[in-house]
Write a protein of this length. Structure first.
Length: 174
């Protein structure tokens, strides 16, 4: 009778510990999911900001090109009364200015692309670091509990699918 009472108490304690471990694991998994969503939101916002800056820069560069064209036209009108040599010098200067604007556009586009790539790498590294930390905690907590181990495996399969989906989606944006 006393042995059964001790066994029942031990079983209740084991069950209580299992439930506590399961609750901790569920809480960690839920917190990890919230962190992943938060990081994804930050990443998406950052990409949108970079795209917005790129569009603004492109609009500015188009305006500069239009102004350069207007200046060229004005110089051409003035140059009609000048000698041929002077007129050619003005045209060469305008061509150089237009070429400089084109180079500036190319450089700005390249810099914007580099910034987007660096930001994406930073966010990916941050996400991977967080995930590794969470999985290490889950693995330590769940080594003795088969239910938690099965949930960890299921969560890892879901993470792998999520990462492969998000990385293939990111490459199409760039």
């Amino acid at each position: 009778m006393a042995k059964e009472s001790v066994n029942e108490a031990a079983l209740q304690m084991v069950e209580s510990l299992r439930q506590a471990n399961e609750a901790i694991a569920q809480s960690v998994v839920a917190a990890e999911a919230r962190n992943a969503q938060f990081a994804q939101n930050i990443f998406s916002s950052g990409v949108e900001i970079l795209k917005s800056h790129a569009q603004g820069t492109q609009a500015l560069l188009q305006e500069l090109e239009q102004q350069t064209q207007k200046q060229r036209e004005a110089f051409q009108k003035l140059g009609q009364d000048l000698e041929q040599d002077v007129r050619q010098a003005f045209e060469q200067q305008m061509q150089k200015q237009q070429e400089n604007v084109r180079r500036l556009v190319q450089e700005l586009e390249q810099q914007t692309q580099k910034q987007q790539e660096a930001f994406q790498k930073l966010m990916q590294a941050s996400m991977e670091g967080r995930l590794q930390g969470r999985y290490a905690l889950l693995h330590r907590k769940g080594k003795s509990d088969p239910t938690t181990q099965e949930r960890i495996k299921g969560h890892e399969r879901g993470k792998e699918k999520s990462l492969s989906t998000s990385s293939s989606g990111n490459t199409s944006d760039t």
